[in-house]
Ligand binder design. Sequence first.
Ligand code: GP9
Ligand code: MN
Length: 635
Amino acid sequence: MQNIKHVQNKDKKSFSRPVALAEALYILFFIGAISLKSIYFHITTKITRKPYFTSGNAIMAISTFGIAVIIAGLVLLVFNKRRKGALIFLNLFLSALLFADTLYYRYYSNPITIPVLYQMGLVSAVQDSITSLIKPKDIIYALDLPFLLMYIVFMRVYFRSAVLKLDIRKKLISSFAVILSGFVIFLACYLKVDRSSFIYDNVNPVKKLGILYFHTFDSKRFLVDHFFVNKVLNSKDRMRLDDFYASRVSESKEYEGIAQGKNLLIVQVEAFQEFVVGKSVNGKEITPNMNKLIQESFYFDNIYYQVAGGNTSDAEFLLNASLYPAKEGAVYFRYPTNSFHTLPKILKEQGYTSYVFHANNPNFWNRMLMYKSLGFDKFISYDDYTIDEFVGWGGWALSDASFFRQSLRKIDTSKPFYGFMITLSSHHPYTYFNENYKEFDAGEYEGTYLGRYLKAINYADKALGMLIDDLKEQGLYENTLIVIFGDHYAIPRDQSAELMKFMNVQYSDFQFRKLQKVPLIIHCPGMTEGVKRSVVGGEIDIMPTLGNLMGFDTSYAMGRDLLNTETGYALLRNGSVITEDYIYLSDLGEAYDINTGEVLDKTVYEDEVKKLQEEMYISDLILQKDAFETYRIQK
Ligand code: GP9
Ligand code: MN
């Protein structure tokens, strides 16, 4: 039967031409299908920006096409007998990858990376979020399947599954011709774009050269990172670290030590964005309890979240280690065994016991392992709670109210403590609140994405209000420094239209970025009046600010004390920078006046931006080479 499988003898004459034609058509179909699906990914994630017919969008599409051609050429080169099967398998694999990219991007605003694939265990836990991210039009990823099946049946019936087996010479010539043409197309695009922003953020390579390029870029980086990176901290690295720490001048110390010896309670509130604070809908405050607390606390209203591939876990890391998140993936997954100088460790030296509370599976975000490295004494997770009330996240999450009540009772308050609570109820997709939460009427936004978020955050505020009351009743309010802040965005770019309407502004990259802030409230025992600070900062700055208030040393922190900084800034993982004067967006390579949004002349910010971005290199060096294992600041 071998001879039927191959185009040989009698079959050869009758079949070889039509089979060759059928295969050529299939290869073209493969290239077309993969290119179109990738382009759909660019459009549905809004990476392809309007107006559609710009050179940037065209380059992204052409580069994607070039890579699809190269892939087809490689299949031609490697396979002969199994060529068709390999193409079909690749088609299915790439379609599944693009579909996964789509869902992941809709939520995390990032494409999937290889380190993320390690975290795939998380997927089942966010099942609800995932289903809510699927859109009917995503069927595009499977639209070619019926044609594939028809092709297989057709080949079987008409050509008795005959395969065009090329001799080595023909195979080499044809595959090299295909690879070369794909490569030329891709190279023309590659040389045309500015690639300097690629190292900061995974979105940048996608935006410039398309999603298929990103996956090859990511695979190469992963291989280099794992097999070729020199992890030894050499003398040049040490000098760089010395220079960096020597350049950090300590400023005047306003409010120094005013909360020394007090307990510390930090609440990281899921998806708490700054734009809701102080706002009302139909005359009803969205966050009445936080608005009240702000009246007797420090309130920082210009804090940008700095999370990257690790999302919630990155916020935890920025807070507790005052270092930047990893270049790709999550620090919690990539560097869980590194040495760090952290808040729990510093406080331990002062006699504090540290607790971290989170009512989820302890392995989510690799917390179990990472909390050990961060130096927490006790990790209280899902199994330690009585799951007596569900509110939020798919209806399974322990309500924030119950979470706070139970957590507080797990602390030994007879000794100084640091308690770190990470909430869950206000987690995307907020659908629970649509049906089940009638206490807050989102007015004209009722039933919309923004509307259900407003309800979720009103609930989170209510639970926080209960926590404050509980602290007062337990006699802890008077001797505990209370910090409340948000971890990251709530409204992805995908849903920005309602947000823009709510804020009464016109959508632009500048306006959207300007809204990516989280509230930071710090209540020191005894404060009876509010102190509002509008210095620009990031989550990385919280630890040094607490260091000042509680009188402990945070020399290894990358952030700054926000209470003693006149001109602050926030550096984001993608290399964007926000200062008191402008917002520099690394992916666009442009800076906008912070007040007017006008595009600024490069000379105004270029040098400063470069200098500030240096910090990211230092942070990456510390992570990649586990520098704190051996490095000590020269005194
Ligand atoms: C999961 C919670 C949410 O435990 O922290 O994580 P997120 O999806 O926001 O990164
Ligand atoms: Mn989160």
